[in-house]
Design a protein around this ligand. Structure first.
Ligand SMILES: NC(=O)c1ccc[n+]([C@@H]2O[C@H](COP(=O)([O-])OP(=O)(O)OC[C@H]3O[C@@H](n4cnc5c(N)ncnc54)[C@H](O)[C@@H]3O)[C@@H](O)[C@H]2O)c1
Length: 327
């Protein structure tokens, strides 16, 4: 369905892919971003409005100018390790400021609000696959900030908001057309760091933790292609717009449902690149869970969403992007 959508954090990695998917589907993405972490070069499919999600006056200006029918909220700080060192900064930016964005969405009567949550809200898994019903037990301030926003959205649903929290597992890969991709500074994610190490574009990789209770001692993660994630946002918007009136907040896991260890992902990168991935081993990073793999049945049945790009595709796209990305 064609609509104007305010994409908070749209200049970032996942947000720029959401903007592209929206535009491809005939909608107009209005990117709302401070550019503190995102990039003006990644805003290609609609207007860029610089602004902070905590700034109610600026939000009102932008809502009145563009009259978005929906909000996709991806704005936030994303580093688990940094959040452990700077908890107040993470809670203020990710949770505190989101209150202003939710209030603006209610004031301007948007039809749908989609929020980027994380599988990190589950903490240490008690089951092999994590379903949405798994207990919430965040072990980092980053994850805690996401739990707080989910709770705020449940309250906002009581005031009539139609909201979905999408708990992403590990976003990976890049646009197949090579137009956008992951460009964090510093980069902390495994696949881009492994690609850079293999291509000689970055330092040797340090693998964090060798003594986790997993088959090879490294963390196990569920990698999900960023373009598959982007498609899920479109499905969630359609689902929310057609939900019965009266307010709703629904939670969906977005992952592939398959786990790969860090060592397996590094070996796969070396195989696909045809180059070794230089690496060493370091201590565990505070705030990391041993294993996070999603049960994504609810998104499949509820949203009609299905991931289509496997780990090999994610690695191929990452290698192609890292060779050409602006640095
Ligand atoms: N990358 C992943 O694997 C992953 C996994 C789970 C959840 N998430 C969530 O998805 C979202 C997007 O992640 P990403 O990897 O694209 O991150 P990113 O850093 O590339 O993008 C985040 C964007 O938000 C902007 N931003 C930050 N604070 C802001 C504020 N107060 N006001 C306006 N803009 C602000 C930044 O400038 C940046 O452009 C984040 O909320 C993150 O927590 C990401």
């Amino acid at each position: 369905m064609s609509r104007t959508v305010l994409v908070a954090g749209g200049a970032g990695y996942i947000g720029s892919h959401v903007c592209k998917a929206l535009a491809d589907a005939g909608s107009v993405p209005v990117c709302y971003d401070t550019l503190e972490k995102g990039h003006a070069w990644a805003v290609k499919w609609g207007p860029l409005e610089r602004g902070d999600i905590g700034d109610a006056t600026r939000l009102d200006e932008v809502f009145i100018r563009h009259r978005p029918a929906a909000v996709v909220h991806l704005a936030g700080y994303i580093e688990v390790g940094e959040s452990v060192r700077q908890p107040k900064r993470y809670l203020a930016n990710n949770a505190g400021k989101t209150d202003a964005l939710i209030a603006a969405a209610l004031r301007h009567h948007v039809e749908a609000f989609v929020f980027s949550s994380t599988c990190a809200v589950y903490g240490i898994p008690q089951t092999d696959l994590l379903a949405e019903t798994h207990p919430i037990a965040p072990i980092s301030p980053y994850a805690e900030s996401k739990v707080r926003v989910e709770r705020a959205l449940t309250i906002a649903a009581g005031h009539g908001l139609h909201a979905a929290s999408l708990r992403y597992f590990n976003a990976a890969g890049a646009d197949a057309g090579g137009e956008i991709g992951e460009a964090h500074d510093p980069e902390t994610h495994l696949l881009p760091l492994a690609a850079d190490a293999a291509l000689g574009l970055g330092p040797a990789l340090t693998l964090l933790g060798t003594d986790y209770p997993t088959p090879d001692g490294s963390c196990v993660r569920d990698f999900i292609h960023v373009s598959d994630l982007a498609q899920a946002h479109l499905k969630a918007l359609d689902w929310l717009v057609s939900a019965p009136k009266g307010g709703v907040h629904e939670i969906f896991n977005l992952g592939s449902g398959t786990g790969y260890s860090v060592l397996q992902a590094v070996a796969e990168t070396a195989r696909i690149a045809g180059l070794p991935v230089p690496h060493s081993f370091g201590p565990r990073r505070p705030g990391d869970s041993p294993k996070l793999v999603g049960d994504v049945t609810k998104a499949r049945l509820g949203l009609g969403w299905q991931p289509t790009r496997d780990l090999a595709t994610q690695i191929e796209d990452t290698l192609r992007w890292r060779r050409k990305m602006p640095r």
